[in-house]
Write a protein that binds this ligand. Sequence first.
Ligand SMILES: Cc1ncc(COP(=O)(O)O)c(C=O)c1O
Length: 381
Amino acid sequence: MSRPESAALIRNRYFDGLSATPGLYWLGQNTNHIESHPAVREAMLRSIEAGEFNAYAPPLGFEALRSAIVTDLGTPDAEALVTEGGVNALAMICRARCKPGTTLVTPDPTWKWPCLFARQQGAEVIEIPIYDPACNYRLTAEVLKAHVDERTAIIYLVDPNNPLGIRYSREEIESFAAIARDCGALLVHDCTYRDFADGHTPALHLALEGAVVSMSFSKWLGLAGLRIGALVAAPGLFDELAQTSTSVLGASVVAQRAAQAGLAVKTEWMTKVRGIDRANKAMIREATASIEGLALPIFPSHGNFLVLETVAAGIRPEALVECYRRQGIMIRQGTYHTQRFGDRFVKVSTSVPSNWVEKFCTLLPEMGAQARTLNDLPPQF
Ligand SMILES: Cc1ncc(COP(=O)(O)O)c(C=O)c1O
């Protein structure tokens, strides 16, 4: 008798199926599919040709990269720890600070994996609803204050927020940092999407001691499959977090060379990427306007993605995702981010070649019509 498939295997085969789809248009994970900068490709090729991958990297990252990261963030007094993706920086932070009897407080929607890491440590997760035009889809200091107390170990803030695309002002970050300080919590400022924002203040600029920044090379630089990110913190906190690291043999050598080359051409690269990203957002805005009930609650988004609200158009997000999947296009159902609000929206990534978004827009009326009648859906993740 064959063994029933575990949830983990079903999930894996879902993503494996997407990876195996020839020419899939990846519009669901905020990844960046614009052709890499030549300097980044060359850095990787040089590293491969030199066989650098035969050796381990230093455990905290190459010194040149660590230094380039803190320079880029404008935090010369902090230290960077290079990790296998931003996700592992966040896992490390949760492991260091969360335990039974503590809480992790975060807006809803948020990025769900740190919530899982906190629960794995026995902490309670408190989600503060912000999907509401009445609060401009953002957390306020007043509401945050009402949800923290002496149990709060971490305030986890994704800024710009994924999936909403709002970003916080310097004053707002300052007030969140003060609340964290007053209740003895660590402010974890997830800055994964900061390079797509108009104006952004890393919490370390305002509260060097009480905050940690997590960052990623997956989105702005397009290195998602290489798994490279970092955490940045003041020296004392950095030492504490480095002790809980499981990346004791360092992150990918080739990825680090690519990251360093990317930081060296960042201004030129992001000017190009943001130009394409903006034009793609405008295209989606126009296509959305032609379908009754479909809405873009937050425009412009400060991330490389847009939330498309489907609820008033009578479209179930999962049905729309499945219709597009059948056309070789991946978009993301809202329930990936939030149980509470997930039935209202899908998310579409915009740092992709413009012909991908053109196809998405051309298909939108037909996909919307099909989705309204589609009921039998395979699981989505
Ligand atoms: C808010 C947020 N943080 C972190 C990450 C993870 O980034 P990485 O690919 O560097 O692990 C993501 C990826 O989607 C994200 O959306």
